[in-house]
Design a protein around this ligand. Sequence first.
Ligand SMILES: [Zn+2]
Length: 118
Amino acid sequence: MTIEFRKIPYTKSEFQSTESGINCQGTFHKDSTRLVLVDLILSGEIDTTCDRCGIMFSLEVNEKTTLKISDGVSEDEDLDTIECHDHNIDFDEIIKSEISSIESDYHYCNNCKTEEGE
Ligand SMILES: [Zn+2]
């Protein structure tokens, strides 16, 4: 789903999609002429590798996040702001990068978690 920046409404709109087996839902709205806020909830399971013992396991994802998307170069100092440079917001791309940043975190399988005493 790609939406032109200027067409994003100031009132909250809902969206829902599925990406890599993860269910994504949330709302988006324009906060100012050059800033869009996206409230995103990701839930589901992704296959990942344990960073301790190396086995593959499925990780339960339950992530709630708010993303800031700026039209062009961001004026605030917030490094988390996603800059969009062609005046279009590609939600699929944004969700994909959110999921891959979850994937690139450190994850431990249940066995290793138990050993760590978490
Ligand atoms: Zn492990």
